[in-house]
Design a protein around this ligand. Sequence first.
Ligand code: PLP
Length: 448
Amino acid sequence: MKSLSESNQTSLANRSLDAVWHPCTQMKHHESLPLVAITHGKGAYLFDEQGNKLLDCISSWWTNLFGHSNPLINQAISSQLEKIEHVMLAGFTHPPVVELSEKLSALTLGHLGHVFFASDGASAVEVSLKMSHHYWRLQNKPQKKKFVCVENGYHGETLGALAITDVAIFREAYGSLLQDVFTVPSPDARKAQEGQTSEDIAIQAAKKLELLLETEHHQIAAVIVEPLVQCAGQMAMHSPKYLKQVRDLCDRFNVHLIADEIAVGCGRTGKFFACEHAGIWPDFLTLSKGISGGYLPLSLSMTTDKIYHAFYGDKVQQAFLHSHSYTGNPLACAAALACLKIFETESVLEKNLERSADLAKAFAWAKEDGRVTHWRQQGMILAFDIQSQYLETHPSFVREMFAASLAEGMLIRPIGNTIYVMPPYILSAEQALQMGTSVQRALNRVIT
Ligand SMILES: *Cc1c(COP(=O)(O)O)cnc(C)c1O
């Protein structure tokens, strides 16, 4: 660390490199890659220290739904601030957490009527895992303690969530700390060979799960899936048929289904919950990221009456004994309520149909581009892959593409050889078009 007086003469970015350990980053790479210091944001744009304007094509890590500094959400938080900023949720409650729970439960038509709050996505996943196993213990089936996860899936990076995450780069160093899990093949539609449909791949993948459950169901608590899109797993998309089949299998073998909608929930895939595309409800559904509109950390796990009632009794030990200090924070809940109100009053899901059509149009060039393969879209997520031969000459493609996008006035952040956009739901047709042409120009800078 430099002294504070020295620091005041350097740029914010350099001070940050000195004092802040950035997430998911090899800090040394910042010797060549600029760290971008954002001083403010408005709508779909971020503004950096030098006054450059960046179009936020990835909703600031998939969290922002209605733009930066949204007046309605700002107002909701500041008026909540005048009332109560935080109070513990054990033994206490407050209006925003009650209203939010009621609204979310209504959105599931009462199927998932009990909302347990946490603070970040990984902790909501941990809540679901613990609750599932605890439920089976309460049913005198304590041997049901293993979890099934999907190849290429991502559920967060705390130790419990990381154990069910199948993204090598996040697991490599910590494998020896993680509990054993079962991993089944991904229904990733990109696996389809000539003449196969995404449904065929879904059926094949579900068949593998069936074989596993047939022999191991007695020791399995739950299967966890990311409905429709494995976002961190390179935006791998699959047919809703998979979800339908997994739901049937979980029922047949007496295993819980956890739908991790932390990235795909809140309208991202075209419906409020991605599970709605398959017409199913899971036993646990997790939300975070978009739920507070990208304003404040908030996460939750929703579950059924049946599971809730198993914990209801006279003994303390029968209760779900899990807590986080900021569980159900009133400011975060107020932000979430403001978001749900925007969904209603501005017919967001209907309007997003046009917005996703705008995105498809803006990226139509990529379908014809010889460098591109596996063009795909689900609602407000559009992705495509760069053919592997181009990456041999560009081993640091991700960073090159990130830097080129900054030069084109955009924030995009490829995952491996996948370029994707996942913009906020306020994108105009012009901004969509700008996104499409700027991504093409950035790609041309990197791969000529
Ligand atoms: C981001 C993400 C998480 C983890 O959320 P954090 O808030 O980063 O802990 C879990 N599951 C999915 C599907 C995610 O995309």
